[in-house]
Design a protein. Sequence first.
Length: 125
Amino acid sequence: MIKTLVKLAVAAFIANAAWRVGSEYITQFKFKDAVREAAIYGGRTDADLRQRVEALAAQFDIPLDDDAFQIERVEGHIVVHGAYDKPIEFIPGHPYTWHFEWSADSDVVRGRPGLRAPTGDTDSR
């Protein structure tokens, strides 16, 4: 009987930890996707994009300071990357700080984010 209770407690602990870590990774993925969309559609200036990224971090409950991410405009791309630490409670009342790194890359063509260069033959006959 006690053996079964111990096994159930261990299984519950593992399920709880997997749920909490998995939920945070899903949130981080959604945040990264939202940052990429912000860079594509709303990244006219670095200041505008920085404000949007900070608003998205607040929306997704991500502890992101102003100096915790960088915006780089590389030929043909806007790259936003950064890192943050978030406490995750594997055991209720005992948080563990988990480190997340992220990067969002969006295409830019001819100064307009989100448009890709035409491919193939452009000759219309």
